[in-house]
Design a protein around this ligand. Sequence first.
Ligand code: CTP
Length: 409
Amino acid sequence: MGNLAGKRILLGVTGGIAAYKAVDLVRRLTEAGAEVRVVMTPAATRFVGGATFQAVSGHPVRDSLWDEAAEAAMGHIELARWADAVLVAPASADFMARLTAGMADDLLATLCLATECPLILVPAMNRAMWANPATRANAALLQQRGIRLLGPDNGAQACGEIGPGRMLEPVDILAALDLRAGSGELSGRRVIVTAGPTREPIDPVRYITNRSSGRMGYAVASAAVRSGADVVLVSGPAEIPAPYGMELVRVETAQQMLEAVHSRVGEADIFIAAAAVADYRPAEVADQKIKKKADNLSLDMVRAPDVLASVSALSRPPFLVGFAAETHDLETHARIKLESKNLDLIAANTVGPDKGFDRDDNALVCLWPGGREDLGHGSKATLADRLIALIAERMNAAPAEERQAHAGH
Ligand code: CTP
């Protein structure tokens, strides 16, 4: 969508506890220079009063098709034409179902059916509702029709449960909409991102893995899509819904990740290795469940393939971005990895209790040959946008020939 200044956003608010966050969203959109008109479903008015949205948007709020005075001022078809984008946040499971079915049973659903501008949904619901096959099918169909879904996020929910279904924070919705930070920066570039942990089998029922949730890698892949890139996400097992706008290749082991990457890397301009790939795997996988016998058991482990190092060893490698997750001496270790794997850039973060893994926020420091930039602390979505912007900047600063010379290729 590009810069939000002067953009006319029709914000639909549907019935869900996250409706209160939409008030902050209106404030932020307005601050970014957008003109916002709010339309609420009748259920949404049970959570937040229309007067609140009227106050923050500076315009009357509509919640009915049958309001004669409002229809006389700007009819619903006119309103549908007025918008540069329709953003529905929160989008409830019920609303997504109605949209999928093409219903026009309230003002917002009618507007969504009548508009020809981009439609963006920010789902918010209980994790079981999000996981329900009906919602999964609706989300997939809406995406196939070109409707963009932002989120949902993983985390604590109003109902006390934890899981995917939380509405993205307004700041992250803005980052996703406002492409100023990354607008078209990677347009036309082909990017491969690895994410998540790997699973190295021991026997048919056991495996070795690590604490990576995949969230940082998924956020980076989504940020690359926002900046116009063609993205392939090669993901180890992660409990994150398939993100929008990219090809998702699911793998389990380091070896499978290696193969998935190498079958596509010839085409890639950028390779971002955010996966926490196993360094070692059991030397042999028992074909039957290992039974307990002796008091001690030793597993013979061998090195798993290093996906990033193998891409770096290609004769014409793409622009290479690694991640370093460290518990101590962050920058020293990260710089060693940058040099030993001949990377163009490395993003370093501290991991450990309450840091890095399985959280929505993170802090990144980026290093490259001869340079450094602290991207600070923030949500993984925000940091991912900053990282993509930096990658674009570094690629322009160091053209491919120079980089290959530096890497000794
Ligand atoms: N990496 C990879 N394949 C591996 C191991 C790591 O692609 N088998 C990538 C990671 O995705 C990350 C970078 O390499 O981008 C991390 O470098 P590495 O030195 O291998 O980190 P660690 O595995 O964390 O090393 P160590 O355990 O020695 O700290």
